[in-house]
Design a protein around this ligand. Structure first.
Ligand code: FMN
Length: 137
């Protein structure tokens, strides 16, 4: 039910719980993906890029809404960026993820949402540090 431009719903979500696949995804890009290996599960957010020119926006909104839903369920989550990222050898992270999931050419992976039980609860944002000067009237 995440909003999408023209309600084209371009996404396909891949829920991964298989340990070996989580491990492969954790090295699909060079930095910031290692946490996937020990995550309880991950959701790969992909889209059929031929359906709409705003698949990046649609997938971003879906990812953040899943983070809010996870929070509501008491689960921790972390957005792992795939689009425009490279692995340790300089290969495209999106190509790596597509190979792991056997995705067709016209699909793209925007992000991987790693999910798990929180080790610790983060403090809420300090209201005094809100960047109100960035709001312009
Ligand atoms: C577009 C985007 C890409 C991100 N990519 C990664 C990533 O690849 N790896 C990672 O560990 N965290 C990633 N994050 C998580 C951010 O680092 C995190 O949301 C930010 O530090 C805020 O954390 P906080 O809510 O605890 O303040 C990404 C977040 C966004 C919105």
């Amino acid at each position: 039910m995440s909003p999408s431009g023209h309600r084209y719903n371009p996404w396909d979500f891949f829920v991964v719980e298989d340990k070996e696949t989580l491990k492969q995804l954790s090295v699909s890009k060079a930095a910031g993906a290692a946490l996937i290996e020990n995550a309880a599960a991950a959701i790969v957010v992909t889209a059929d890029t031929t359906k709409t020119d705003v698949w990046v926006e649609d997938c971003s909104i879906a990812t953040i809404i899943m983070q809010l839903a996870a929070e509501e369920l008491g689960l921790g989550s972390c957005w792992v960026q795939i689009r425009l990222r490279k692995d340790a050898e300089g290969n495209d992270a999106n190509d790596n993820v597509k190979k792991i999931l056997n995705l067709p050419e016209h699909y793209a992976a925007l992000s991987i949402l790693a999910l798990g039980h929180k080790e610790k609860e983060s403090k809420p944002f300090d209201e005094e540090k809100m960047l109100w000067e960035r709001v312009h009237y």
